[in-house]
Design a protein around this ligand. Sequence first.
Ligand code: HEM
Length: 352
Amino acid sequence: MFIEILEFGALTKKTEFGAKFGSSPLFEHHTTSVVFVDPPDHTRIRKIFQQAFTPKAILGLEKDIAKLVDSYLVMMQEKKTFDFVSDFSFRLPVDVVCSVLGIPSEDRNLIRDWAHKILGALEPKLTPKQLDEGSAAVLNFKQYLKDQINFRKTHKDINKSNEILSLLIEAEGLELSETELLHQCIFMLNAGHETSTNMLSHGLNELINHRDQYRLLQKEPERIDTAIDEILRFQPPIQINNRRCLETTMLGDVTIQKGTPVHMIIAGANRDPLQFFEPETFDISRSPNRHLSFGLGIHICAGINLARLEAKVAFLRLMLSFKDINLSKKPKIANRIRFREIKEMQVEVSSF
Ligand code: HEM
């Protein structure tokens, strides 16, 4: 029975993406990356890179993350007015995820552009232009990674045991095919920056819009952990998760038939008044805070510890380095549904 259910799940994902992406490179990517495969493949793939994401491995990155943040802060002190997205919230996650994977961060703009096109193709409606651009992005990204991987294979001395690329290369041929290897790398680079970028942009925006909470965090930085959860609850970077109902199920008084596609609106669940007291209030001290921004179940985000660490280092340093950060223009929110993106956020900083 268990096997039957899993096979049903795998079949429908391919059916669903087949209808959307045809036989394009986007189909290959989205049906191979860890987030869209079912056990036993999911278990096998997730186990390989899990070691790079243990709390101990992530804690070892704190100094490097702090160094990166400090380098952006120097630039921000000099500029005074700048776009927070391009100068900070995009740079940090992409620099960090490139370093965790073992990819040169100078290529961050290429990666950002490809990620945008590949993940953009997951929006509920897709134009032919988006399909073409997304497919071209998958092909270019694959070629780029093949070159990186070949370089590593011929320069074995640069492989490091804690870098994901090294772990994946080691597993290639044994537990992972070449196609699987390439698509896990693409997914990791995409998943690891777009979401964290939006957590940082929205987080700062909400703190600016709720000045009492901003001041509270400045005065009592020990509230940082609950503040991060509240930012994630209030502005989840991913708004929708999708599943297919594998068995006819009752939810409240609604019957969901086996086979029904289910769209879980994370943003709605995070403001459920039965779960959260005054859900429309942004309260950095909120506890407990059982938001769903990292998902749940076997596909729960593998990068939780990394995302939290980035947020912790970034917000503490921002709050304590500047007396004030203000918006100099209204932030530009992207016209997307699945990803909650701030495209541009002009801010002005003033020193103590
Ligand atoms: C604030 C930042 C982040 C948010 C809000 C977020 C959110 C999510 C969500 C909701 C899922 C589950 C998708 C589903 O069930 O369909 C997910 C999966 C995943 N995330 Fe994240 N993520 C973040 C950062 C990261 C980072 C930094 C990395 C790694 C560098 C990462 C790697 C992954 C991976 C590998 C999966 C797939 C896990 C699996 O299928 O087993 N994420 N993320």
